[in-house]
Design a binder for this molecule. Structure first.
Ligand code: ZN
Ligand code: ZN
Length: 593
């Protein structure tokens, strides 16, 4: 500070320009604090230089906070500047830079000093609110927009829709959107569709997209990405393929973001080959492309290919990130590759400086638990540097069921009942573990506990899309209009399945009931109903694609393998965690799931 002060005095502004940059000129434009600004100000007064030579936006940014605000205001008055313009420049840099929260505070300061905001002011603060997902302040700014009579400003309205949509207030977003006098293709629609897709309302996103199509509007790149995200979530392959065609026709073939989203969409719709084709044809790939493909191969049980792709990526010189490692660890856990998993987990921090997140710990516990290393899984949890969450304990509990360890299952459930008290899944697993061990009193105790706590059992459902219509099936469902036909087809199919060696595995029905009743119960599992419906409704040879909200049970898994033989069909099931691709009597998971 002393240094700049003395420099200021040695070379006054009116001196002949020297060939080397004048240090005082430097300070005149680059002051970084109100204190330095005051020095420059004093200097200008002393040398009779005009105050207007000050960079006024810098004055604003340096004085935005604390008591210097009024000092800046005074300077603006003296130079007769259009004050709000300079504050806007400052707001903008806050809103778009690292400190969006400062933009909001500055906005309130402007109001406090009666400086009237204009449409730019509002747009920058709205942007800051969107970035911070700060709906409380966003609503206040929205109020100002109305008060200032700026409702007809299309740009602001779009930002408001975007704000509500990204904060999950879809209802309000929709209201603002519907009230807009003219609809701008580029931003309105996209904001709404993106907002829906982001907060998991995929069906609404798709419906709105279809509405947009009906209105004769063409989606842009951002809309394409948003709709593909929704298709991936819903497993809507038909629409996903249509969007893919459209994006090729619109010249987005080489668009990296579109390609990355297409990979994810095809993976989640169970079309691994299509995903690979997109990936292979990409001229340029980002870490997102590699990670999406690695995760896709892992989810489809192609662990070897996932790891090979990872090595290829490293050899190409691309640095993996935290998401890449989630895919890699999934690949290892799905295939029981314990040693490889350990190796990659260690390498993550050692070689790439990535601090493991809760998801990575979850993968490791899953890896150990599936492989039956339950004690090691438990110790691993105990030594975690961050608090284990429900997923981590849930992974241990899952392993306890497969490897029949009641003691650790009880411990895992103890933690789970605290972390996630209303999730029925854990209680069901525990009661099933007791039932398998014939401990019926404990089964009754868990069921009572669930009743007392008001925990409701999530019904299992499966869905299949036929000719663009989604058909949902719930276990034991006899409300479907074709229920009679489904049950007749199942009976015939069952005879052929039994000839191929299918024996119903009633041990998965853990209710205290007679054996023949158990079988009946088993035959009405939702994925069986959906597959039979698919056999009836689709042409021979077509792949049957099912989505299921829970894990596939052992009996359905065995049944689907045999159905793939007797019907010569490929059946792809996306369950809660992964894909099963049944073909010629085998499943891509290698029965390790
Ligand atoms: Zn089942
Ligand atoms: Zn499987």
């Amino acid at each position: 500070m002393i240094c700049s002060l003395s420099l200021l005095h040695v070379s006054p502004l009116h001196h002949r320009p020297s060939p080397t940059p004048n240090p005082s000129t430097h300070l005149l434009h680059n002051f970084t604090s109100p204190f330095e600004l005051k020095q420059v100000h004093a200097h200008l007064l002393k040398t009779n230089s005009p105050l207007s030579s000050l960079p006024l936006s810098r004055v604003a940014s340096v004085c935005a906070f604390n008591s210097s605000f009024s000092y800046a205001k005074l300077i603006f008055e003296l130079v007769d500047a259009s004050e709000v313009t300079h504050w806007n420049t400052c707001l903008r840099s806050f809103a778009e830079g690292d400190s969006p929260a400062d933009a909001i505070s500055l906005f309130y300061r402007l109001r406090e000093f009666d400086i009237c905001p204009d449409n730019y002011t509002c747009s920058f603060v709205l942007k800051a609110c969107s970035r911070l997902l700060d709906i409380r302040n966003g609503k206040i700014v929205h109020g100002y927009v109305e008060k200032l009579g700026l409702q007809s400003n299309m740009f602001l309205q779009n930002m408001i829709v975007h704000l509500y949509a990204s904060c999950g207030e879809i209802g309000v977003a929709r209201k603002v959107f519907d009230k807009m006098p003219q609809r701008d293709v580029i931003t309105s629609w996209t904001s709404m569709i993106g907002g829906y897709a982001q907060c998991g309302k995929s069906k609404e996103a798709i419906d709105l997209f279809l509405e947009m199509e009906d209105a004769g509007l063409l989606p842009n790149e951002v809309t394409v990405v948003a709709v593909l995200v929704a298709c991936a979530d819903m497993g809507n392959l038909v629409l996903g393929r249509r969007i893919h065609d459209f994006s090729n026709r619109s010249g987005y073939e080489k668009n990296i973001r579109v390609c990355n989203t297409l990979i994810d969409m095809y993976v989640k719709c169970g079309c691994l080959e299509d995903a690979c084709r997109i990936f292979d044809n990409m001229e340029e790939r980002t870490i997102v492309s590699w990670s999406a493909m690695i995760a896709g191969l892992a989810a489809h049980g192609q662990a070897g290919d996932a790891l090979a792709l990872f090595n290829k990526m490293i050899n190409t010189g691309v640095k993996p990130n935290a998401v890449t490692f989630i895919g890699i660890l999934h690949a290892c856990s799905h295939m029981g590759m314990v040693e490889k998993g350990r190796k990659y987990f260690a390498s993550m921090t050692r070689d790439y400086g990535i601090v493991p997140r809760i998801e990575h710990y979850g993968c490791m516990v899953d890896l150990f638990s599936r492989a039956g290393l339950l004690q090691e899984a438990h110790e691993f949890i105990m030594n975690m540097p961050i608090a284990p969450n429900g997923v981590v304990w849930g992974a241990l509990l899952g392993g306890c069921k497969v490897h029949k360890n009641i003691k650790l299952a009880e411990e895992a459930t103890r933690h789970l009942s605290k972390l996630d008290p209303l999730n029925d899944g854990y209680y069901v697993v525990l009661s099933n573990i007791y039932a398998e061990a014939g401990r019926w009193e404990d089964v009754a105790r868990v069921r009572k506990l669930m009743r007392d706590r008001g925990v409701k059992k999530t019904p299992g459902w499966s869905s299949i899309m036929v000719e663009g219509v989604v058909h949902n099936f719930v276990a034991g469902d006899d409300t479907h209009p074709q229920t009679e036909e489904i049950s007749q087809t199942w009976e015939k199919l069952l005879q052929r399945m039994k000839l191929k060696g299918y024996v119903p595995n009633t041990s998965v029905v853990l209710l205290d009931m007679e054996e023949d009743q158990k079988e009946k119960f088993l035959y009405q599992h939702s994925e069986k109903l959906a597959v039979v419906f698919g056999l009836i409704k689709t042409t021979p040879g077509t792949v049957i694609r099912i989505m299921k909200n829970l894990r596939v049970c052992e009996d359905c898994h065995a049944a689907l393998k045999i159905i793939s033989v007797v019907s010569t069909r490929e059946i792809v099931v996306r369950d809660r965690n992964r894909f099963h691709c049944f073909k010629n009597g085998y499943c891509s998971c290698g029965d390790y799931w």
